[in-house]
Design a protein around this ligand. Sequence first.
Ligand code: SAM
Length: 130
Amino acid sequence: MTALDFSAAAVDKARRTLGDWNGELVQADFFAHSPDVPYALVYERAFLCALPRKLWPGYGERMAQLLDAGGRLAGFYLFGKELKGPPFPIVRPALEELLAPYFDLETDEAVEDSIPVFAGRERWMVWRRR
Ligand SMILES: C[S@@+](CC[C@H](N)C(=O)[O-])C[C@H]1O[C@@H](n2cnc3c(N)ncnc32)[C@H](O)[C@@H]1O
């Protein structure tokens, strides 16, 4: 398993929290990271909604590059129309515009146990790479 963040502070904190962990912690930019072998699964949580909207157009293509054919992008997506953020929620047609060119939506479920800042606004989704 690989965990990635471009913030040195986040990677340091993760290293301290995880302790003796078998996975790989990488300090890198999501938009530049290129693993030796594509992943079978990418877990998304509060990442797209942390990105400034001007970076969104590259998100779907980048996720598609990181995953094998048949691989899955699974995680929590924050929906809404609020312009101010972070977090920056997305509207469904905009998310489909990012992901549908590369992925088929397999699972789309309400989330009942969100943390308060996301309550009632996030959905659990699994997108399968074509
Ligand atoms: C809202 S936090 C969510 C962190 C974690 N997924 C969670 O749910 O607790 C968003 C994280 O994305 C990282 N981030 C933002 N842009 C990034 C990029 N281009 N490449 C790598 N990490 C990035 C930030 O440093 C931050 O730690």
